[in-house]
Design a protein around this ligand. Structure first.
Ligand SMILES: Nc1ncnc2c1ncn2[C@@H]1O[C@H](COP(=O)(O)OP(=O)(O)OP(=O)(O)O)[C@@H](O)[C@H]1O
Ligand SMILES: [Mg+2]
Length: 473
């Protein structure tokens, strides 16, 4: 008759080369309410463990070909199997072997010949621990999923920087529009004055030439040294006053910005009557201001378009999840997205290979990987240092390298950085998921590889991606 064991029933794999032993053990376990499978050698046990789920393995140590130690070692080296508890069954004279198994990660041991009551107690304890661990895993997975959805808002984190990046050109455009209103009013006034002056044909032609010059000049940056600028302004004002030009003090700053010195100003006014000059200069300067401001507005708007475009392509908004991705574009868009973090003191060197093929990939996820790695480098270097981004193409793989010259990752933690929740940052600053998510994106979603090499002064993340993805199974 089967004993009732509702809570602690498990799926048990009995591994023993002696049929009699397997049979006896299985019968007792079944009587205790467990589902039992049998394996007659180590290799068969490993195959079964790979194909079906088990809660506990009861493992004989002495077996031909592959003994219990080897089975245990193979299980512990295998990420899929290493968490399944193993209870070794050892004869009294094998105590040393049993101890070795415990050291290798076996959870418990049961002496042979076994006592059913003893077996039940040990097995139940093991099953309870396994259930707790499973529960812990479920919670961990849920937590990772939760954080991952938060992470999908890597964008959220970037948005503070982006708002700042958009704000500068937006303010420039707004300021420009206000300046244009004043400049138009000034030009209207100058027009009215010029209309009254009865200009000759030659003078009108000369005005057109001056306007063209002002337009060209408006696109050139004014890099004058402050001292030279103030000297020139002073000279121009003195000259205009000496020539008794009305409102003389209002013109010099703009005239200097347009590149005029006294000699050129003398040449300019030579074609006009003295009473025409104030109107001509007012008109000319308003043209210059209008062209300058239009230029600034154009640049600001261009900058905003560039950011919005980068944002759109960075997220692959409105596009299918898998596309034909240009990795260089993704890297560049990521750098634009991170611009506000980088501009404080990071120099980025890009060394892109010329023949990098497009790859089938989850574009937005790849950009998250670049973001996480560059973000870590910036954090490690405290915002000051150099980042090198290189790409290569060999055979059916592309390689992306991101290197920084920061403090490096201590050897003791290099194997842990891809683990979920591993962080050296203070609470609230890092979740420890950046590299874990990157690892999953590269290895699981793209069947690629990610590795790190680090020493003080040099940390190199290398990502290899296959050019052609195998079909998802
Ligand atoms: N370039 C680097 N230089 C030095 N240490 C690094 C570098 N990249 C990662 N690390 C180390 O790896 C740890 C894990 O990185 P990971 O990106 O997974 O998490 P995090 O940056 O701490 O937090 P999160 O990215 O979730 O905000 C970091 O805390 C840091 O100690
Ligand atoms: Mg990080």
């Amino acid at each position: 008759m089967t004993e009732q064991q509702t809570e602690n029933n498990g799926r048990i794999l009995v591994v023993d080369d002696y049929p009699m032993n397997r049979l006896k053990l299985s019968r007792v376990l079944q009587q205790q309410g467990h589902a039992v499978e049998q394996a007659e050698n180590g290799q068969q046990a490993l195959d079964m463990l790979h194909s079906e789920p088990f809660d506990v393995v009861l493992l004989d140590i002495m077996m031909p070909e592959m003994d219990g130690h080897e089975v245990l070692a193979a299980m512990k080296a295998d990420t899929d199997l290493r968490d399944i508890p193993v209870i070794v069954i050892s004869a009294v004279d094998e105590v040393e072997s049993a101890v070795r198994c415990i050291e290798m990660g076996a959870e418990d041991y049961i002496p042979k010949p076994f006592n059913p009551v003893f077996l039940r107690a040990r097995l139940n304890a093991s099953l309870r621990r396994k259930k707790l661990r499973d529960l812990e895993q479920v919670y961990l997975q849920q937590e990772i999923m939760l954080r991952q959805s938060e992470k999908l808002a890597t964008l959220g984190r970037l948005s503070a920087g982006m708002a700042h990046e958009l704000n500068n050109p937006a303010s420039a455009v707004k300021r420009g529009v206000e300046q244009l209103q004043t400049a138009f009013a000034r030009q209207l006034k100058a027009h009215l004055l010029l209309d009254k002056l009865d200009l000759s044909r030659e003078q009108v032609a000369q005005l057109n030439q001056l306007a063209q010059k002002a337009q060209t000049r408006a696109t050139q940056p004014d890099n004058l040294d402050t001292m030279i600028r103030s000297d020139r302004e002073y000279e121009l004002e003195a000259w205009l006053e000496a020539s008794e030009i009305a409102e003389a003090w209002t013109f010099p700053p703009d005239l200097v910005s347009m590149g005029y010195d006294t000699a050129q100003l003398e040449q300019l006014v030579a074609g006009f009557e003295k009473e025409q000059i104030t109107a001509v200069l007012t008109w000319l300067i308003s043209c210059f201001t209008i062209y300058t401001v239009l230029n600034e507005i154009g640049e600001g708007a261009g900058r905003m378009t560039e950011i919005v475009k980068a944002l759109k392509t960075y997220t692959y908004l409105d596009q299918a999840p898998v596309q034909n991705v240009n990795v260089h574009e993704g890297l560049d868009n990521t750098l634009i997205m991170l611009r506000s973090k980088l501009k404080k003191g990071i120099v980025v060197h890009r060394d892109y290979c010329d023949n990098l093929p497009r790859i089938e990939a989850y574009g937005s996820e790849l950009n998250q990987v670049w973001t996480n790695i560059i973000d870590n480098a910036v954090a490690a270097m405290n915002g000051q240092g150099e980042i090198f981004i290189r790409t290569h193409y060999t055979g059916s793989w592309i390689t992306i390298e991101i290197e920084d010259n920061g403090p490096g990752i201590p050897p003791a933690i290099q194997t842990k950085i891809f683990d979920p929740f591993f962080t050296t940052k203070p609470p609230g600053e890092g979740t420890g998921l950046g590299l874990n998510i990157s690892y999953n994106i590269i290895t699981q979603k793209h069947h690629g590889q990610i590795s790190v090499k680090s020493q003080p002064g040099q940390t190199l993340f290398q990502i290899k991606l296959p050019v052609n993805q195998e079909k998802e199974d």
